[in-house]
Design a binder for this molecule. Structure first.
Ligand code: ATP
Ligand code: MG
Length: 557
């Protein structure tokens, strides 16, 4: 056991203490997603916690699909979840399970509870059951079917299973306490009739266990020692414990709750994310603006950055909202250390060096990554006609604008000092070209007389550059708390995606593969999108270079 683990959060302390005291020989955790959507960064917090603890304490972590609702679950989701957990850097080894693996045992145990008079078949409708369950302040009412004989209950339950009744005709409920202050203990539903095909069990079943009935027993069957979940399940714990107490389970898992991850400017709920996908508000589950792991991967977030983020936010017992900038900060930090630099011009304006020989090409050696001494350089071609960023020129520069302007000298990165001599406009008055001169004595960017312009600009050689599409992303929601005023869709950011179709990249970026990450100097970190084609790469901006997280922290202090 590492000291870091021992000095961790409250859950790691509990685990360390249990191992020290000999309450468990090995720690067994699990990540139990319901395959009804794609995983999001909230799930990443849970994955990093469960798999992380198993790694740190030399135990194991199971991946278990909580597949109790065949109406909402799909193979596509199962596949994506496996891919995303692996991408995050975790491995369940042989320990891949499904709640449906236990349908047989769960059914037998339900018969057992019925046999003990601890469960019954209720003929009330779902609405009647909901209505008679009471409220937080008022107790529930007992079902008129609550006191059926064991024989009648068993007979009805078996006929439910045999498919004799239509969907919704009956349910099986635990017989606990309709007056309990905890609503979860007011005779919760254990089984409902659903004539639906299941991705794993096919047509074998027409009754399906509720999540609450399946969950704790699944943990027990797998020998989970620490069942870690989010706070909303705290009130369900007495129910899980009740089932465990009354059933011949092979082990007794203990449940611990932690606060879920909430992030500003986004929603972390599969239901709401599904709504965005279905309504076509985004390009799909893997849209680079989505907080899904597949979206973040497509956007260019490195898994290491997400793991670091999970470590940085830690674990708490109280709900809070983490600033989105913290996530970007973790990504940027990793990207800065690891990705290669290239030059690209997103909104180009043409620059002609009037005193540079026509047809001449020079090559400069550009540093691959100044943060990583192990990397080298790559050649960047330079010639008479270049593109620079339109933003880097102002005909009438305001105060503190040090970049290019008429009569002003700037440095072109790796190349020469150049001075703007003439501004060419089209009929409408728009600037279309800048005529500049270069100083041949400043090769490499330093002047022999020591003069040093305040600005260094990135550029590409027009004859060598390759066209690219660049997609810039902002928050998906303008409201930091989307939906807080009642209308989630109204909070969508209409400018969350900006597509630039006339960008140019240096030739050294043209060979990047889909998924490759790169820093375009002065612009930010980018990732090659799967929409790329042979005749043009598509880049997604992952994050800008500007770190707003430090500002956020300063404000919080
Ligand atoms: P959603 O509300 O997005 O549908 P869920 O809790 O219903 O999420 P599950 O598939 O049941 O989704 O979640 C699997 C595990 O991930 C659970 O243990 C759950 O506690 C955890 N989890 C889900 N959302 C978050 C979150 N925002 N932060 C931390 N853990 C989360
Ligand atoms: Mg859930």
């Amino acid at each position: 056991m590492s000291t870091e683990a021992a000095a961790g959060d409250f859950i790691r302390e509990i685990v360390a203490d249990d191992l020290r005291a000999g309450r468990h020989r090995t720690v067994v955790t699990r990540f139990p997603p319901e395959p009804n959507g794609y995983l999001h960064v909230g799930h990443a917090k849970s994955i990093c916690l469960n798999f992380g603890i198993a790694q740190e304490f030399g135990g194991r972590c199971h991946l278990r699909f909580d597949d109790t609702n065949p109406l909402k679950e799909e193979q596509e989701y199962i596949d994506s979840i496996k891919e995303d957990v692996r991408w995050l850097g975790f491995d369940w080894g042989e320990h891949l399970y499904n709640a449906s693996d236990y349908f047989g045992r769960l059914y037998e145990w339900a018969e057992l509870l019925i046999g003990k008079g601890l469960a019954y078949v209720d003929d009330q409708s779902a609405d009647q059951i909901r209505e008679s369950r009471g409220t937080l302040t008022e107790g529930g009412r007992e079902s008129p079917f609550r006191n059926r004989s064991v024989e009648e209950n068993l007979d009805l339950f078996r006929r439910m299973r045999a498919g004799e009744f239509p969907d919704g005709a009956r349910v099986a409920r635990a017989k606990i306490d309709m007056a309990s202050p905890n609503i979860n203990l007011r005779d919760p539903v254990m089984y409902r009739i659903l004539h639906a095909r299941h991705p794993m069990t096919g047509d074998q079943w027409c009754i399906y266990p509720s999540y609450d009935y399946a969950h704790g027993q699944s943990d027990a069957i797998e020998g989970i020692t620490h069942s870690l979940c989010t706070l909303e399940f705290e009130d369900h714990r007495p129910l899980y414990d009740w089932f465990i107490e009354h059933l011949p389970v092979p082990a007794r898992p203990r449940q611990y709750e932690f606060a879920r991850l909430n992030l500003t400017h986004t929603v972390l709920s599969k239901r709401l994310l599904l709504q965005l996908v279905k309504e076509g508000r985004v390009r799909g589950w893997d849209d680079p603006r989505m907080p899904t792991l597949s979206g973040m991967r497509r956007r260019g977030f490195p898994p290491e950055g997400i793991r670091e983020f999970a470590r940085m936010i830690g674990l708490a017992k109280r709900e809070s909202v983490v600033d989105y900038a913290a996530l970007e900060h973790s990504a940027r930090d990793h990207l800065n250390r690891t990705v290669t630099r290239r030059m690209a011009v997103l909104r180009p304006i043409k620059v002609v060096l009037t005193n540079y020989p026509d047809g001449q090409v020079e090559e400069f050696a550009a540093v691959d990554n100044p943060e990583d001494p192990g990397t080298g350089t790559h050649p960047v071609p330079f010639s008479r006609v270049l593109y620079i960023e339109r933003d880097d020129f102002r005909e009438e520069p305001p105060k503190k604008f040090y970049r290019l302007a008429p009569g002003r000298e700037v440095r072109l990165r790796y190349a020469y000092l150049v001075t703007c001599r003439e501004v060419i406009k089209d009929a409408s008055g728009e600037v279309v070209e800048l005529r500049c001169t270069y100083d041949p004595a400043t090769r490499g960017g330093t002047a022999p007389d020591g003069r040093s312009p305040k600005a260094t600009l990135h550029w590409v050689s027009a004859a060598h550059a390759r066209p690219a599409e660049v997609r810039l992303y902002e928050h998906l929601f303008t409201n930091p708390y989307p939906g807080a005023e009642g209308d989630l869709i109204a909070d969508l950011n209409p400018r969350s995606e900006e597509v630039l179709t006339s960008a140019w990249i240096e030739p050294g970026a043209a060979g990047l593969a889909v998924g490759a990450r790169v820093q375009f100097e002065r612009l930010g970190y980018f990732c090659v999108d799967p929409d790329s084609r042979a005749d043009g790469l598509v880049f997604n901006r992952t994050v800008t270079l500007r770190d707003t997280w430090a500002k956020v922290q300063a404000r919080e202090r």
